[in-house]
Design a binder for this molecule. Structure first.
Ligand code: WT7
Length: 656
C-alpha cells in the first residue's frame, strides 16, 4: 500500500450505519443479533455449525462427528454423505425455484443466455454423463480452462456430481502455467473452449491446451472436451478431442448425484506463495458447501428476489465460492459476465446492472479505481437504482475509492461489504453483515460468526489495539483448506509454523499484516510475505523471477512491487544480464513478453530495470526492502551496513 493510503486509513473516522429499513428486512438485523450469533458460535462452534448444517443443507446421511481436529488437519462432518451439486441443483427442483433463473449470462459481443434451475440441472447431468463416458471416475481430476460462459459452471458442477475433483485454471494463464497445473493435479480430462472473448479479442484457449500437452507433456490427459464459443478454426485431434455439442446430443439427462463423503476432495485451486511453484489448495465437500452457503446468505443478505452479480472469473476462488457454489446452493440468481471494462465500452458494467436489474454487485477495488478514472458520467448515464448491496474483495480498498463506490454507484443507500478472505479460507472470514454491522471506509470490520481472528506477534501474543501485527485464525472453520495437494509438509510449513503453536493453541498464518481498532474492527494492511497483489491478483515474486531467469539473456532477477494508482500494486523487475547481452528497450519488451508467455498477462512487469548487480547482504541474500524503496522512488529505509557493495545502490538508482 502507498504511504498516502496508509495515512488516510489511519485517519479514517467515518461510520456508516445500515439504513433502518434495510436492517429490518435483513437476515441478520442488528449488531446485537450479530453479537449474539458470534458469542454463541465462539462458545460452542461445533454445535453452531452442526445446527446450520442440518438446517441449510441436504445430507444423504448425517455425520457422526462434527469436527475431528488433529492440528493442522481438520475433518468436518465426519462420515456425513453429501453432494454439493445436489445442494446447488436437485433440491431446488421440487420447489417453485425449478423455473427460476439460476444463471443469467451476458457474453462480450452481446450474446446472452438464461438457464433456469431445471435447465442447468439438465445440462450438468448431461455433462456428467459425458465425463463418465470419457472414462472419468470418482476421484479422477479434471482440468477446466474456460472463458466466462455457463459451461464453465456446468463443468464444475458436473465434476462435483460424479465426485471428480476439478482444477480450474484461469483462462488468462499461459499454456506454460496451465501445463504446470495439469501436471501437478495429474488431470485425466481437460474441459476447454475453442476460444473466449476478452476485451474485444479472442483468447485461443484450445490452442493453449494443445501447446500445454504437446509432445506428451502431460501424459495423464486422455481426452479434451471442447465447448464451441468463438467458432474460430482450431485443431481437433481424432480420438482425443471431442466437441461438447456432439457428445451432449447423445447424452442422457439422468445422472443421480454421487453421495460423497463430507471430506472427499471437491477441488484443487492453485495459488501463489513465496516459492516459485504455485500451491494446489485442496478443498473438500461438506464443510465448504456449508460455509460458502451461509456466508453468501448472510454477508450478501441473499433473497429470492435478488439478481446477484460477482464480476470475478471462475478461475479464482471468488468465482468458485461466490459465483457458483454459494449462490446456487442458496437457490439464488447468479449473473455471469464474459466481458471486462475496456476503452471501447467503459460503461459496460453499468449497462449490465441496468439491463438485468442487478441488486447485489461484488467487484474488486482495482476495478472501482479504474471506473473512477473513466469518469462518473458513465454510471450516471445509467439507472442503477436496483442496487441494494455493494461488495469488494481482493485487496485493501482505499477510503477515497470506498466513498466513490458508496456515492456514485450505491447512490448513498447501499451498504458496502468489504470481504477479507483467501483461496485458502474458502469463504469470507472478516466481513460486514450489511444489516447489522456499521461500516468504516477501508475496514473489513468484524469476523464472521465462528471465526476466531486475532492480530498477533510471531510468538502468538495478541498485540495491543491499533498496533500492527500478523493476522491469524485461532480455531478451525468448515471451509478451511485441508492441505496443499500432494504436500502435507508444505501445508504445515506455510500456514502453521510461522507462529508456533503454544499451549495447544494453533495459529493459521494468513500472510497478511493488519491492525484492530478500539471498536475491534480489522484493518488489513497487505501481504507480509513475498506475494504481490497486482490488480487483486495474487502473484509470487519468485514466480516472476523464475520466469525471467528462464530467458537466456537473464543472469539474475529480483522482483518487487511498487504502489500503483489503479492496480494497487504493479510489478517492478531488476535484472542483471548475461555477459553477451546489452541492455535495450527491445530486450525489455522481449523480457516482459517472456513473462507473459511463462505465466500470463496478469504477470506482465510494469517496469524492468537493468542493473550491473543487485543489492545483497554479505551472506548473498537480495535486500528486497531497498529494491522496493527504489521502485517506489523513495529514499532507502533501514540499515545499509549489512550490504556487501554500497556502490551497487548508486548504480541501481541511475538505472537503465
Ligand atoms: C489475499 C488473498 C479472496 C478472494 C480474492 C483473493 C488480499 C483479499 C481482501 C480485502 C484487503 C484483501 C489479502 C489476502 N485480500 N481480500 N477485503 N481487504 N486485502 O484471493 O488470491 O487467495 O488472495 O488477497 O492479501 O491474503 P487470493
Amino acid at each position: 500500500m502507498s504511504r498516502e493510503t496508509i495515512e488516510s486509513i489511519l485517519q479514517e473516522k467515518r461510520l456508516f450505519s445500515p439504513p433502518a429499513e434495510f436492517a429490518q428486512n435483513a437476515h441478520i438485523k442488528s449488531l446485537e443479533q450479530y453479537q449474539e450469533l458470534y458469542d454463541r458460535a465462539a462458545a460452542d462452534p461445533e454445535e453452531f455449525w452442526a445446527q446450520l448444517a442440518e438446517k441449510e443443507l441436504h445430507w444423504f446421511q448425517k455425520w457422526d462427528r462434527v469436527l475431528d481436529w488433529q492440528p493442522p488437519f481438520a475433518k468436518w462432518f465426519v462420515n456425513g454423505k453429501i453432494n454439493i451439486s445436489y445442494n446447488c441443483l436437485d433440491r431446488h427442483l421440487t420447489t417453485w425455484r425449478k423455473n427460476k433463473a439460476a444463471i443469467i449470462w451476458e457474453g462480450e459481443p452481446g450474446d446472452s443466455r438464461t438457464l433456469t434451475y431445471a435447465q442447468l440441472h439438465r445440462e450438468v447431468c448431461q455433462m456428467a454423463n459425458v465425463m463418465k463416458q470419457l472414462g472419468v471416475k470418482k476421484g479422477d481430476r479434471v482440468g477446466i480452462y474456460m472463458p466466462m460462459i455457463p459451461e464453465a459452471a456446468i463443468a464444475m458442477l458436473a465434476c462435483a456430481r460424479i465426485g471428480a475433483p476439478h482444477s480450474v485454471v484461469f483462462g488468462g494463464f499461459s499454456s506454460e502455467a496451465l501445463k504446470a497445473r495439469l501436471l501437478d493435479a495429474q488431470a485425466k480430462l481437460v474441459v476447454t473452449a475453442d476460444g473466449g472473448w476478452r476485451k474485444d479479442q479472442i483468447v485461443p484457449l484450445k490452442d493453449s491446451v494443445d501447446e500445454a500437452i504437446a509432445h506428451n507433456g502431460v501424459p495423464s490427459v486422455e481426452n479434451i472436451l471442447v465447448v464451441e464459443r468463438t467458432k474460430q478454426k482450431i485443431h481437433m485431434e481424432p480420438g482425443r478431442d471431442h466437441w461438447w455439442h456432439d457428445l451432449q446430443a447423445g447424452a442422457s439427462a439422468d445422472c443421480p448425484a454421487e453421495p460423497m463423503n463430507s471430506e472427499d476432495m471437491l477441488f484443487i485451486l492453485y495459488t501463489s506463495g513465496t516459492t516459485g511453484k504455485p500451491k494446489g489448495v485442496v478443498h473438500t465437500t461438506g464443510g465448504y458447501n456449508l460455509y460458502t452457503h451461509v456466508t453468501c446468505k448472510w454477508a450478501f443478505d441473499l433473497k429470492d428476489t435478488d439478481v446477484y452479480w460477482c464480476t470475478a472469473d471462475v478461475g479464482w476462488i471468488t468465482g468458485h465460492s461466490y459465483i457458483v457454489y454459494g449462490p446456487l446452493s442458496n437457490g439464488a440468481t447468479s449473473l455471469m459476465y464474459e466481458g471486462a471494462p475496456r476503452p471501447s465500452n467503459p460503461g459496460c458494467f453499468w449497462d449490465v446492472v441496468e439491463k438485468y436489474g442487478v441488486t447485489i454487485f461484488y467487484t474488486a477495488p482495482t476495478a472501482i479505481r479504474a471506473f473512477i478514472k473513466m469518469g462518473e458520467h458513465h454510471p450516471k448515464a445509467r439507472n442503477l437504482s436496483s442496487l441494494r448491496i455493494l461488495g469488494t474483495v481482493g485487496e485493501p480498498i482505499n477510503p477515497e475509492a470506498w466513498m466513490w463506490y458508496h456515492k456514485i454507484i450505491g447512490g448513498g443507500r447501499c451498504p458496502i461489504v468489504d470481504t477479507w478472505w483467501q483461496t485458502e479460507t474458502g469463504g469470507f472470514m472478516i466481513t460486514p453483515l450489511p444489516g447489522a454491522i456499521p461500516t468504516k471506509p477501508g475496514s473489513a470490520t468484524l469476523p464472521f460468526p465462528g471465526i476466531i481472528a486475532d492480530i498477533v506477534d510471531l510468538e502468538g501474543n495478541s498485540v495491543p489495539t491499533n498496533r500492527g501485527g500478523y493476522l491469524a485464525i485461532k480455531y478451525p472453520w468448515p471451509s478451511m483448506m485441508r492441505t496443499v495437494y500432494g504436500d502435507d509438509d508444505r501445508f504445515r510449513r506455510t500456514y502453521w509454523e510461522h507462529i508456533p503453536p503454544k499451549d495447544g493453541q494453533y495459529f493459521y498464518f494468513a500472510g497478511d499484516g493488519a491492525r484492530k481498532d478500539s471498536d475491534g474492527y480489522f484493518w488489513i494492511m497487505g501481504r507480509v510475505d513475498d506475494v504481490m497483489n497486482i490488480a487483486g491478483h495474487r502473484i509470487g515474486t519468485m514466480e516472476v523471477e523464475s520466469a525471467l531467469v528462464s530467458h537466456p539473456a537473464v543472469a539474475e532477477a529480483a522482483v518487487v512491487s511498487r504502489p500503483d494508482e489503479v492496480k494497487g500494486e504493479d510489478i517492478f523487475a531488476f535484472v542483471t544480464l548475461e555477459g553477451s547481452y546489452q541492455p535495450s528497450e527491445k530486450l525489455k519488451e522481449e523480457l516482459k513478453q517472456h513473462v507473459v508467455k511463462e505465466i500470463g498477462t496478469i504477470a506482465r512487469p510494469g517496469e524492468i530495470r537493468f542493473a550491473d548487480a543487485l543489492p545483497k547482504t554479505r551472506s548473498g541474500k537480495i535486500i528486497r526492502r531497498f529494491l522496493r524503496n527504489l521502485a517506489a522512488g523513495q529514499d532507502l529505509v533501514g540499515d545499509i551496513s549489512t550490504m556487501e557493495d554500497l556502490s551497487v545502490l548508486d548504480k541501481l538508482r541511475e538505472g537503465t
